[in-house]
Design a protein around this ligand. Structure first.
Ligand SMILES: CC(C)(COP(=O)(O)OP(=O)(O)OC[C@H]1O[C@@H](n2cnc3c(N)ncnc32)[C@H](O)[C@@H]1OP(=O)(O)O)[C@@H](O)C(=O)NCCC(=O)NCCS
Length: 173
């Protein structure tokens, strides 16, 4: 089911039929460079189960990013619930695209579509992005989508803090 559309992309709900595409995405060391490294097929299955659970419980989660021209699923972009970032519950906008699709403005386009859907359709009032300070491309995507550096946060399991980028409804993009 389609969630929202942009000029070249649409976002749709992920399903178990996306398992192979996601397994390839999460297995790529370039794509996972700023995460905890490549992930196993079992890890991806768990991630997908959590995603479907998030759709049912919260009405959002990470969505598939589909290139309209090819019909290919090129990654994900969507919303993640964090119970505690510097003492407050937050909703993060997260994104990850296949290496072959980088550098065409797709992440920015997907983030803007997810941002607008979150504010206008879901009625959310604040979104954050948690970004490794060395991830220059992601910092740039967040900035282009209208997010601003607000604070840093050391998340459980991490050895150094992420940047917390923020946008609030009405701030524009
Ligand atoms: C981060 C990611 C989503 C960006 O996807 P993308 O479709 O290439 O992003 P866009 O084309 O919309 O924008 C990327 C911007 O970063 C810039 N950029 C990319 N690599 C860069 C680098 N090494 N140094 C400086 N700028 C860089 C691009 O020039 C572009 O900015 P511009 O439009 O001003 O020229 C993609 O690289 C990815 O999936 N990475 C792995 C997963 C990840 O890190 N996700 C984010 C976790 S917070």
């Amino acid at each position: 089911m389609v969630v929202t559309k942009s000029k070249r992309l649409f976002l749709r709900f992920l399903t178990y039929s996306d398992q192979i595409t996601l397994t390839l995405l999460f297995a790529d060391p370039d794509v996972m460079r700023f995460g905890d490294g490549p992930r196993s097929p079992e890890w991806v299955q768990d991630w997908l189960r959590h995603t479907l659970d998030s759709y049912a419980r919260r009405g959002y989660g990470p969505w598939a990013v589909v290139e309209k021209a090819s019909g290919e699923t090129i990654g994900y972009c969507g919303l993640f619930h964090y119970p505690d970032v510097n003492g407050r519950a937050e909703i993060e906008i997260g994104y990850r695209l296949a290496r072959a699709c980088w550098g065409q403005g797709y992440a920015t386009e997907a983030v803007m579509a997810a941002r607008d859907y979150a504010f206008n359709a879901l009625g959310l009032t604040r979104l954050i992005a948690l970004i490794d300070p060395a991830n220059v491309a992601s910092l740039r995507v967040a900035t282009k989508a209208g997010l601003r550096h607000e604070a840093d946060a050391l998340l459980p399991g991490y050895t150094y803090p992420d940047r917390v980028y923020v946008i609030e409804r009405g701030q524009g993009g």
